[in-house]
Design a protein. Structure first.
Ligand SMILES: [Fe+2]
Length: 183
């Protein structure tokens, strides 16, 4: 029997209800990896017929987590950012996404200043997923046509998130619309 979006979101709800911390998120990641290998799911939500853009596949009324499909038209190479006080799990459906994790070196005491350096790099291919905990810094790049599913703890447009410039050690924190190209 295929694993469906409904089963996935029920599994997420159960995992995060039992344990909202890293153990629950790890279970969500594992469930997402399984879902991403389902051709029926990928074709329906990330297939060639789906227009570029984002679509909200699910929002949990009680826990607040969201499942969003990101259908990319153009290639993209984005800057480092965090997701504020939310975790995010990126899972690849089509193509690949190159992930870079960054470490923060300063103590955050100087307004608008952040020293960061690259800490880790890896590629997500179909069926792979990466977890980014609250305030974890990363950047992403992908080729044209990449498609992924992002599960976040909350609607990211409701919380302040940081963007970092590693060249001049600046950081800006603001609420903004949830992304349509850069995550
Ligand atoms: Fe992101």
């Amino acid at each position: 029997m295929p694993y469906t979006l409904n089963e996935f979101t029920a599994d997420c709800r159960a995992a995060l209800s039992d344990d909202p911390d890293i153990n629950g998120r790890q279970k969500v990641r594992n469930h997402l990896c399984r879902l991403l290998m389902e051709d029926a799911f990928v074709n329906a939500h990330c297939g060639p017929e789906v227009e570029p853009g984002t679509s909200l596949l699910y929002e949990d009324d009680t826990l607040g987590f969201q499942v969003v499909a990101h259908i990319m038209g153009d290639a993209y190479d984005g800057g480092p950012h965090d997701h504020g006080a939310s975790w995010a799990i990126y899972g690849q459906a089509v193509g690949y996404t190159d992930m870079t994790e960054w470490a923060r070196l300063d103590d955050g005491s100087a307004e608008g200043v952040a020293k960061i350096e690259q800490a880790n790099e890896y590629r997500l291919e179909r069926g792979d997923a990466g977890i980014f905990d609250d305030f974890k810094i990363h950047s992403i790049s992908y080729p044209s046509g990449a498609r992924f599913i992002r599960v976040t703890g909350v609607d990211l447009s409701t919380i302040a998130r940081a963007r970092f410039n590693a060249d001049n050690d600046k950081v800006s924190v603001s609420k903004r619309e949830s992304f349509t190209g850069a995550a």
